[in-house]
Ligand binder design. Structure first.
Ligand SMILES: Nc1ncnc2c1ncn2[C@@H]1O[C@H](COP(=O)(O)OP(=O)(O)O)[C@@H](O)[C@H]1O
Ligand SMILES: Nc1ccn([C@@H]2O[C@H](COP(=O)(O)OP(=O)(O)O)[C@@H](O)[C@H]2O)c(=O)n1
Length: 228
């Protein structure tokens, strides 16, 4: 147990939008003293840069040609996660409706995925205590050897209600349609689509509170550590 606890632990948390990945991952990492990485924020950051630089989002070759240009830096402290592009704090701008509506197209470009995946692997390797990495393809592609893989799900209705609660005044029906559209694009792309890894534990969060989901994941991590 003591030896196990000293080894870094890698946790992959995947799932569609609004299933609770960010809130759960941040809390679990904070509780267990691990680093935390929001990979969606990285895809949003590169999308923000493309939009800001007038790159045609509909043209994958235009995106591929400039993929290496922006410098994307993620801070992995779960109490204070950060994201910068060329030194600029973009934590706010990456959450706009414009970026949200364009991120699936940018993140489907293989060159973008290759670059961001490499960044993610180097951050995971540098995390002394271990890390919770959340996204869409972490268990399947980015960290296939993760110690624990979780796949969060929830009904589209629950996810839309959660998201429109965050976006003040947003209509639940249009939020639901936008979520379904983004999930479909993320699940159907050729390169590392949103998917559950065969060895992931699926947790349906529809009827669970956030606290219950956090407890469930913390218990699973502790069981993994104890079994080492
Ligand atoms: N089990 C849950 N029950 C109710 N609300 C939740 C639950 N999990 C997350 N939330 C809320 O739903 C919203 C979306 O959660 P978030 O963690 O950002 O999801 P994701 O990262 O999967 O898109 C947040 O406002 C969060 O507080
Ligand atoms: N590992 C990942 C994470 C996100 N993404 C892309 O980035 C988008 C935004 O991810 P996010 O996690 O911020 O999305 P939300 O579910 O929080 O709204 C997703 O819709 C995907 O298009 C991805 O392709 N691969």
């Amino acid at each position: 147990m003591e030896n196990g606890a000293a080894q870094p632990v890698i946790v992959a948390i995947d799932g569609p939008s609004g299933t609770g990945k960010s809130s759960t991952s941040k809390a679990v990492a904070g509780r267990l003293g691990l680093s935390y990485l929001d990979t969606g924020a990285q895809y949003r950051a590169i999308t923000w840069w493309m939009v800001n630089n007038g790159i045609d989002i509909e043209d994958p070759s235009a995106i591929a040609a400039v993929t290496d240009k922006p410098e994307i830096v993620s801070g992995t402290d779960p109490a204070h996660p950060t994201i910068t592009v060329d030194g600029v704090d973009v934590a706010g701008p990456i959450r706009t409706q414009e970026v949200t509506s364009k991120v699936s197209a940018v993140s489907a470009v293989p060159e973008v995925r290759a670059r961001i995946t490499e960044l993610q692997r180097s951050l995971a390797a540098a995390a002394d205590q271990g890390i919770v990495v959340e996204g869409r393809d972490i268990g399947t592609t980015v960290l296939p050897d993760a110690d624990l893989k979780i796949f969060l799900t929830a009904s589209p209705e629950a996810r839309a209600a959660r998201r429109s609660g965050e976006l003040k005044g947003a209509d639940v029906n249009s939020t639901r349609e936008a979520l379904i559209k983004r999930d479909a694009a993320d699940s159907s792309r050729k390169t590392s689509p949103l998917a559950k890894a065969d060895d992931a534990v699926e947790v349906d969060t529809t009827a669970l509170t956030l606290t219950q989901v956090i407890e469930c994941v913390v218990t699973l991590v502790e069981e993994k550590r104890a079994a080492r």
